[in-house]
Write a protein that binds this ligand. Structure first.
Ligand code: BDR
Ligand code: CA
Length: 308
């Protein structure tokens, strides 16, 4: 099987944690590195969390590279208590023995892009990716694809207009979506169709693996957050959708689009405007519109069960 070479650019985050575990458990992917960015929590914490996750998956050979500490457009807004104060549900962890690489994430991404076909799975704010495109414009012609979790066309989750990853750094999103890269975007309109519930948490625990137990523990406060925010404990699997798209390219229905990002505005900073181009099959941008949650859940449980 031809494996897709990927770097995961991330701000873990408990749904990032599920996405990363799914990627590491999937034979379709060759994860060559994990790059970190400020987002759900500060960069120091997202980087520590990425090291924790690599260690949890027993994949110490996968390098973790620290990226940008602040958005292009100014100070970072974080996700408050959605993912816990530490970003991973405030569990107790041993200090990971897995370290972090000395190279900056942006230089690592460029080096990986110049040394073979590369897909970037971007599941945090787009600061590292925009910086990569600005510092190394030739990378746009080298990358195979960028799959982004971000944006919303109906309703945001930070403000009525803006989804979190775009809201943190709209200037970066505008750079990335304005590039010539082939990009598939998984917005809230899609990701809200993909969720786990309490049965899934029980199943993760019943599997008896450390990974399953740990994920269930870190998802508990995320379920509580969803109850207070959404009125039910359904755990929305935003970031796993970007990984799922690379694992199973036919599982998510996609549509060609043009995208504009609001970088100013009084109420709408970070909003994404998707113009559907239904009749056109050309163009470098597509947006995910539909996913079958049951099929996703089956695959997720199968894959996670392979981790110890
Ligand atoms: C996105 O925001 C973050 O809180 C999640 O990890 C996800 O990447 C969803 O809006
Ligand atoms: Ca994320």
């Amino acid at each position: 099987m031809a494996r897709t070479r990927v770097v995961i650019d991330t701000d873990p985050g408990v749904d990032d944690a599920v996405a990363i575990m799914l990627a590491l458990a999937s034979p379709e992917l060759d994860v060559v590195g994990i790059t970190t960015v400020v987002g759900n929590v500060e960069l120091e914490k997202t980087t520590l969390n990425a090291r924790r996750l690599v260690e949890l998956a027993q994949r110490p050979e996968i390098p973790v590279l620290r990226g940008c500490a602040s958005p292009l457009g100014g100070p970072a807004g974080t996700a408050g208590e959605v993912h816990g104060r530490d970003g991973l549900g405030d569990l107790v962890w041993d200090e990971p023995t897995v370290g972090e690489g000395s190279e900056h994430a942006v230089e690592f991404l460029y080096r990986q892009a110049t040394s073979g076909p590369l897909t970037i799975i971007a599941i945090g704010p787009l600061t590292n990716i925009a910086t990569l495109l600005e510092q190394h414009p030739d990378v746009a012609g080298l990358l195979e694809r960028i799959v982004v979790m971000g944006g919303a066309s109906f309703e945001g989750n930070v403000t009525p207009a803006a989804e979190f990853n775009i809201w943190v750094d709209p200037e970066a999103a505008a750079v990335v979506f304005g590039s010539s890269c082939r990009i598939d975007i998984m917005p809230l309109d899609l990701t809200h169709q993909a969720f786990l519930d309490d049965d899934d948490l029980a199943r993760l625990r019943a599997g008896g693996t450390t990974v399953g137990q740990r994920l269930a523990d870190m998802l508990e406060p995320y379920a509580d957050f969803h109850m207070s925010w959404n009125g039910n404990r359904n755990l929305i699997m935003h970031d796993a959708m970007a990984v799922y798209e690379v694992i199973s390219p036919n599982a998510i229905t996609k549509q060609p689009v043009k995208v504009q990002v609001e970088t100013g505005g009084t109420f709408a900073r970070g909003a994404t405007f998707f113009t559907r181009t239904r009749r056109s099959t050309s163009g470098n941008l597509r947006v995910g519109t539909q996913v079958e949650n049951d099929a996703f859940r089956v695959l997720l449980h199968e894959r996670l069960a392979t981790l110890s």
